[in-house]
Design a protein around this ligand. Structure first.
Ligand SMILES: [Zn+2]
Length: 166
């Protein structure tokens, strides 16, 4: 019995079987030989500070960690530049047009079943726009660094602990 979300060959529709290949049991098509290699889900996040005192956070409307706060972030589309993904997600969630200026960190380790396996974290600068929450967050605001709200994820906590300017 295969423990995989993919049950049928995406090329020919035959039910997949397990076959040992490259060090692992992998879902494999007995008809055409297609093999399922799961790809990591990759997200981009952005750390935006204001006057070295405040940091931009957004409040999640989806489970898990609904009502908890995190950095503006989202999945990178196939073929999309990660920096553009960070800028796009920030605009969608906060209304702010930003520029991703440098990579701060790359975090691995999926924290929940619908989460990313890899998060590329940028520092960003606000270019324009009006702060307003949308998309999959219901609030977006700058918090004083000494008075942060409940934080959603370990990855968010790590970034805030390590990279906030003092
Ligand atoms: Zn097949």
């Amino acid at each position: 019995m295969l423990q995989s979300e993919v049950k049928y060959c995406i090329r020919c529709g035959t039910e997949l079987e397990s076959a040992y290949h490259m060090g692992k049991e992998r879902p494999t098509c007995p008809n055409c030989g297609w093999m399922y290699f799961p790809d990591p889900k990759v997200a981009a996040a952005v750390l935006i500070e204001r006057n070295k005192e405040k940091v931009l956070l957004v409040r999640r409307v989806n489970s898990p960690k609904k009502g908890f706060w995190t950095l503006p972030a989202g999945f990178i589309d196939a073929g999309e530049d990660p920096a553009r993904a960070a800028e796009r997600e920030c605009l969608e969630e906060t209304g702010l047009v930003i520029k991703a200026t440098e990579i701060l960190d790359i975090i691995s380790g999926q924290e929940h079943s619908r989460g990313a396996h890899i998060v590329i974290v940028y520092r960003g600068e606000v270019i324009s726009g009006q702060l307003r929450a949308a998309d999959d967050v219901d609030r977006a605001r700058f918090f004083d660094k000494n008075q942060l709200p409940p934080i959603a994820f370990n990855a968010t906590r790590k970034i805030l602990n390590q990279y906030l300017n003092n």
